[in-house]
Every structure is written in structure tokens, then in C-alpha cells.
Design a protein around this ligand. Structure first.
Ligand code: ADP
Ligand code: ASP
Ligand code: MG
Length: 406
């Protein structure tokens, strides 16, 4: 008997008919003699709709209340899924994140899991229940409901699999696995059979939303084998695991696009020690993550420009914070550009093969795509481009590195 954690994403439970179909698949797994813990996302676009509702009340809802609101989506789908399983004659119980005992920090809307209490889940499994857990949520020390960031149900699933020492964590979604690029942008993209945590982490961080990057981080830390599959077919999917010898060092494994980007620039910053520290400390205090950073050379008057990127949904808050620092620094102006996108290539082969960056920049230049910011790490190169050119850039790079070929 194996302990299996399965996670079903929003599209997979988007309608009542789909919930019933997912219930059948879960019952099949159970009938094979497995213990099953299921993590479920909110139905379809529910989370987007809840956020829209909040924004109709106020443009800047408080994180705590937004979390109270967003968590209802998963609460609804988990209850409906339990009902569908009951209807098939199996025992099941739905639990919210706080009911399970998923303890998080208090960073509302992007909380980190600190601890997972498995007691209640084990009790329910022992009673013969299939346990359905509402994904994407937990509670902090004061019992405030928190959410784990968009796409966070993946992280709930992997965290549970780690805490329960599950045999496998299956992530069911609306594509057949992890591809060399988003198959909705690049139809020729190829499904990857096996990928390392390291490459998957970079792809997820670069915007390949098929897995939340936190989930991959967790999986890598606790060595949880993830199997990404389609909930609409029985095909093999993609295994995400630690490196095995037979996996050759592919030069470029995949291309990713992130549109959730905004570029913020501060003009006329006095070129004295401590200015960058002031700016980024102020942002860090408010829990805003910075991605790319560039500081220009000082001009004749000793003033320079600092540019960085943040996720678009935090751009307004970041500008508000920077405006305050600007006065203190005596800088000239803060500007924010939300019409940007980040395109990235990922591959462990970059470590040993020079010239990949040059090839990436040349391919984009040949098609007249201007690169605004660049950042690189050992196995990742990212370029900020105009948002309207993002998808084209992904297609160009997919072709340049011949990712459609075996
Ligand atoms: P779920 O609701 O199941 O969590 P998501 O929408 O969060 O599903 O993630 C699946 C989507 O991720 C796919 O529909 C696909 O458009 C997108 N995606 C982006 N990059 C990739 C990639 N490299 N491989 C597969 N899917 C990708
Ligand atoms: N429902 C949440 C979202 O849309 C979490 C998830 O689906 O993983 O982001
Ligand atoms: Mg998702």
C-alpha cells in the first residue's frame, strides 16, 4: 500500500462535471489499495474573480482580508470534491489548511509554510477516509488565515507529501507535463520526461507557472519526487527529481516568460555610499521581492539612475515606498513601467558551454527585440523586453536553441 498525494489544479476542477470526473480518478487510486491525500485548487478562475471583487471595493485591500477572501475558493472546491467522492460510495473528509495545521508566517498573500502538523490527516486516514485538503492556505501563529502566493496549491501538495513522507506527489493539471516552453505560446514545444529540481526551480521562478517555485524548493529540500500529469488523460507526464547520472547536460532545457513584471527607476540619485542600501532596505521591510537590479554610471553631476524589477501586483506599493525614500535621498524622480515582460532560458549545460548568452542576445537582436535589462545566474539567463514582444521572444529562443528537436 502506498501513500499518494494528488493535487488537482483549477481547470481540472473548473466545473461540477470535472469535479465528478476527478472524484472517479481519486476513488480508482483508493480502490487499488492506496492511502490518498488530495489537495485541490479553487474552481477555474475563482481566485481571479475574488481578487476582482476586492478591487471593486478598494484598490488596495489589506492582505489579511484578501487572504480571508481568497481562501474561500479552495474551501468550496474541497467540500464539493468530498461530496462527489461520497456519491461514489467512498469515505472522504475535506479540511481547510488551518484545520490540517499548516502553520505559516504572517506575510499575507505570499506566506511561507513553517510547519505542517500531520496528526489530523493521519487520524482521518486511519478512519479510512480519503483526505481532501484545501490548497493554497494556512494560518499564522495568531490563527489568521494566510495564502501561499498564486499557484500555491502546488506548494501545499509538496509540503504535505514531505511531511507525510508520501511515496509520490502527483500534480494533475491541464497540460500533459512540463514542456520546453508554455505549449500555449509555442505549439511545437516538447514534453520533458524527466527534469531536475534545479532546472525546474529556475523555470518556475522564471514564470513557467506549471509548478509554483516554492513547491519545487520544498521538493528539492525534502527529496519529494513530483509527477506532473494531465488530469484529462492517462499519459505519462513529467517526473521532477534530483539529478541522476543518465540525465545528460542539456544546453538549454526550456524557455519561460513572465508577464508579472514591472520596472521601477529612480532618477538623479546622488552617487554616495549607502543609497542602494536605503532603497532596498525600505522595500525589504515591506516584504517586497526585487528581481533584476541595474545601477547606471554617475553623470557629470555625480547623479545616477537605479532601476529594478518587482512583480507587477506589488509595483504600486513599491512606488509608494520608494517615493518616501526619494525625498530622503534627494533623488529626482521615480517612474514605473508595467509594460514589460521577462524572457528566460534555463539549462545546466550553460555551466560548461560559454557563448549561450551571446547566442540568446543575437537571436533577439536579429528580430529587432530590444533588451532593457539582463540578469544571469549559473544556469539561467533573463532579459527584460517590452511586454508586447514577450511571446515573440519566447518563440525566437525556442527555435534558436532547437528545443522542438529530441
Ligand atoms: P493548475 O491550475 O493546474 O495549477 P496552472 O495554470 O497553474 O494550472 O499551470 C498550468 C499552465 O502552465 C499550463 O496550462 C500552461 O499554459 C502553463 N505553462 C507555462 N509554462 C509551461 C511549461 N514549460 N510547461 C507546461 N506548462 C506551462
Ligand atoms: N487558487 C490559487 C490561484 O489561483 C492557488 C492555486 O490554484 O494553486 O492562484
Ligand atoms: Mg497552478
Amino acid at each position: 500500500m502506498a501513500l499518494i498525494v494528488q493535487k488537482y489544479g483549477g481547470t481540472s476542477v473548473g466545473t461540477t462535471a470535472r469535479i465528478k470526473r476527478v472524484a472517479k480518478r481519486i476513488v480508482e487510486t483508493r480502490k487499488k489499495g492506496n492511502e490518498v491525500v488530495v489537495v485541490v485548487s479553487a474552481m477555474g478562475k475563482t481566485t481571479d474573480k475574488l481578487i476582482e471583487l476586492a478591487k471593486k471595493i478598494t484598490p488596495n485591500p489589506k492582505g489579511r482580508e484578501l487572504d480571508m477572501l481568497m481562501a474561500t475558493g479552495e474551501q468550496a472546491s474541497s467540500a464539493l470534491l468530498a461530496m462527489a467522492i461520497h456519491d461514489l460510495g467512498e469515505e472522504a473528509i475535506s479540511l481547510t489548511g488551518p484545520q490540517v495545521g499548516i502553520l505559516t508566517d504572517s506575510a499575507h498573500t505570499k506566506a511561507k509554510i513553517l510547519k505542517v502538523n500531520t496528526k489530523r490527516i493521519w487520524e482521518e486516514l486511519r478512519k479510512g477516509n480519503i483526505v481532501i485538503v484545501a490548497g493554497f492556505q494556512g494560518a499564522d501563529y495568531q490563527n489568521n488565515i494566510t495564502t501561499l502566493g498564486r499557484g500555491g496549491s502546488d506548494t501545499t501538495a509538496v509540503a504535505l507529501a514531505a511531511a507525510l513522507k508520501a511515496d509520490i506527489c502527483e500534480i494533475y493539471t491541464d497540460v500533459e507535463g512540463v514542456y520546453t516552453a508554455d505549449p500555449r505560446i509555442v505549439p511545437e514545444a516538447r514534453k520533458i520526461d524527466v527534469i531536475t529540481y534545479e532546472e525546474m526551480l529556475e523555470l518556475a521562478g522564471a514564470g513557467a507557472k506549471v509548478l509554483q517555485s516554492r513547491a519545487v524548493e520544498f521538493a528539492s529540500k525534502y527529496n519529494v519526487k513530483i509527477h506532473v500529469k494531465s488530469s484529462f488523460s492517462k499519459k505519462e507526464g513529467t517526473v521532477v527529481m534530483k539529478e541522476v547520472k543518465s540525465m545528460e547536460d542539456v544546453l538549454v532545457r526550456g524557455v519561460a516568460l513572465s508577464k508579472n513584471q514591472a520596472k521601477i527607476s529612480i532618477d538623479g540619485v546622488p552617487d554616495v555610499p549607502g543609497t542602494a542600501a536605503k532603497i532596498f532596505t525600505a522595500l525589504a521591510k515591506e516584504n517586497i521581492n526585487i528581481d533584476l537590479i541595474v545601477q547606471g554610471a554617475p553623470d557629470a553631476e555625480g547623479k545616477s539612475e537605479i532601476t529594478f524589477t518587482v512583480s507587477r501586483d506589488e509595483a504600486d506599493k513599491a512606488v509608494e515606498i520608494i517615493e518616501k525614500v526619494r525625498e530622503e535621498l534627494g533623488a529626482k524622480r521615480v517612474t514605473c513601467d508595467k509594460e514589460v515582460a521577462k524572457v528566460s532560458i534555463v539549462g545546466v549545460g550553460m555551466r560548461t558551454h560559454p557563448g549561450v548568452a551571446a547566442r540568446m542576445f543575437s537571436a533577439l537582436a536579429k528580430e529587432n527585440i530590444n533588451i532593457e535589462l539582463i540578469s544571469t545566474s549559473e544556469i539561467l539567463i533573463s532579459c527584460l523586453v517590452r511586454e508586447k514582444e514577450g511571446e515573440k521572444a519566447v518563440k525566437i529562443l525556442h527555435k534558436e536553441f532547437e528545443l522542438e528537436k529530441e
